[in-house]
Design a protein around this ligand. Structure first.
Ligand code: NG6
Ligand code: CA
Length: 497
């Protein structure tokens, strides 16, 4: 499909209203093989597949890390998470991004965009202890979003309430909220004592305060009237996104839409429950597909779809058991969520970060189809700066590469080298992947996850990505020179070169 509409250069010369809207659909824990457009056969994802059929489907695109907080950190700052030691955050952690520094939404605001984030946050909030009964800040508004409607941390972490801009939605001030990640507070039942109240049994870590029949990580007291109902997520978040699109359709707008799905707890609405034949994890995939379809439909209804650049992707690779007994493994049958790659969420192997990624933009894509360009989500920052012709400050998004060419053309090249973050660092180029030896202590909860090959080894690992893309044979011993060069390169990047 060629581009018959105004070219990017023409658009730059015309008014802001001509700038394309940008929508990022950021699914949680969706694996490379978890869409029917990426090989899934057990159930279908028609809405996402329609995007893939119309735009560019990437086969070597990567979240910048194998877990959520670091991936999101890099997406919004254009910097590697290790530079700020960004790791999975507790639900009461302070905001991990410095709000006095440049961010992706601030950059787009500079370009004249209206900006919003709707969905899962998990980047921390506040600057120390958070009092959820007072305005909660700094947060997304201070980072450059004009509007935010959030799940503050994750679905499996307290507080289980929505935060709209600075305020908890529906809070009764006579029943103030308190959150603790240290000790039990309040009189809500907990998973360890009242398993009969649970929709899904959970591991010890996920067995604290029970809300809506789901035990969570952490304890919460008060805030009863503000509690979310997990089954309502698809409607609540989709409607907020639709409202934002309706209100912003006359301006260029940026919508960051990070899903809760298909993260745990997986408790999809009855519209989807039981529909995938793969249990709640498959049903959550269907729910995510439906939400995507609704939002894309709204873009079309408002007449802005053709002038919207949509990026659809995932924050890290797939995981089956992530704390709740939802039969993800037992019911997946022959479905391969990693799409043939080794590892999954948390892992240094490819399936940790190699995720589905689709870009559509009818007015701007020069050539659609499959692209094997090597792309990291960290590159979204500079590529969108280039798309919107926005100057960057010195030191802004230092680790991001302008890959706008590859966002608009399936035949264009991507990166020549790329970093992958997990609990260790890996470096890729066209031929090789090198995984640095891990000299830390594997967190106990991860070490106990025997179903996931985390890839953490005390020796160097080297794979030939051309002949062995599934990383079966470690050939580090045979190529000491390549190992030493890649280790050197990794060190240079770590030092900021
Ligand atoms: C882990 C949780 C896991 C999940 C993950 C965050 C335990 C044992 N495991 O610590 O269930 O919540 O954090 O997932 O607590 S992520 O996709 O947001 O990174
Ligand atoms: Ca995730």
């Amino acid at each position: 499909m060629g581009c018959q509409q105004p070219t990017i250069d023409n658009q730059k010369e015309s008014s802001n209203a001509q700038l394309p809207n940008v929508v990022i659909f950021y699914v949680d824990d969706l694996g490379y093989g978890d869409l029917s457009s990426y090989g899934m056969t057990k159930t279908q994802t028609p809405s996402v597949d329609a995007l893939a059929a119309q735009g560019i489907r990437y086969t070597d695109a990567h979240s910048s890390a194998a877990t959520c907080t670091p991936s999101r950190y890099s997406l919004l700052t254009g910097q590697y998470a290790f530079r700020n030691e960004a790791a999975i955050l507790p639900g009461d952690a302070p905001l991990i991004i410095d709000h006095t520094k440049p961010t992706l939404p601030k950059m787009l605001k500079r370009a004249g965009y209206k900006t919003a984030v709707v969905g899962k946050w998990h980047l921390g909030l506040g600057d120390g202890f958070v009092d959820w009964n007072k305005p909660v800040k700094p947060g997304p508004l201070e980072l450059g979003f004009d509007y935010s409607f959030l799940m503050p941390a994750t679905g499996d972490r307290v507080p289980t309430v929505y935060l709209e801009n600075h305020d908890v939605v529906g809070l009764d001030f006579d029943d103030p909220i308190e959150v603790s990640y240290k000790a039990r507070i309040g009189d809500r039942p907990v998973g360890t004592e009242n398993p009969e109240l649970l929709k899904q049994t959970a591991d010890l870590q996920h067995s604290a305060t029970i809300v809506n029949g789901i035990s969570r990580i952490g304890w919460m007291k008060g805030g009863k009237a503000a509690e979310w109902v997990d089954e309502d997520f698809p409607f609540v978040f989709t409607n907020k996104a639709i409202e934002f699109i309706k209100e912003s359709k006359d301006d260029p707008f940026f919508l960051f839409f990070p899903f809760h799905d298909i993260h745990v707890p997986r408790v999809p609405h009855e519209m989807f429950a039981g529909k995938s034949g793969m249990g709640p994890r498959g049903d959550a995939i269907l729910q995510m597909d439906w939400m995507t379809g609704k939002i894309v439909d709204e873009l079309k209804k408002q007449g802005v779809y053709d002038n919207t650049l949509i990026i659809f992707s995932s924050d890290n690779g797939p995981v089956m058991d992530d704390g709740y007994a939802d039969l993800a493994e037992e019911l997946k049958g022959n479905h391969d969520p990693s799409g043939g790659f080794r590892g999954g969420k948390y892992s240094a192997y490819e399936a940790g970060t190699r995720v589905p990624m689709i870009v559509t933009y009818p007015n701007g894509i020069k050539e659609s189809g499959d692209s094997d360009a090597m792309i990291s989500h960290i590159d979204i920052y500079k590529s969108l700066a280039s798309l919107t012709n926005t100057e960057l400050d010195k030191g802004e998004a230092v680790d991001s590469e302008d890959l706008l060419g590859a966002f608009l053309n399936a035949k264009a090249n991507g990166r020549s080298e790329m970093l992958e973050e997990s609990f260790t660092l890996s470096i890729r180029n066209a031929n090789w992947k090198y995984i640095e030896p891990f000299d830390g202590t594997t967190p106990a909860w991860l070490a106990n996850k025997t179903a996931i090959e985390n890839g953490l080894m005390s020796e160097p690992q080297l794979f030939n990505m051309k002949s062995d893309p599934k990383e079966r044979v470690n050939i580090a011993d045979k190529h000491p020179e390549i190992v030493s060069n890649l280790q050197k390169r990794l060190e240079e990047i770590r030092q900021g070169n």
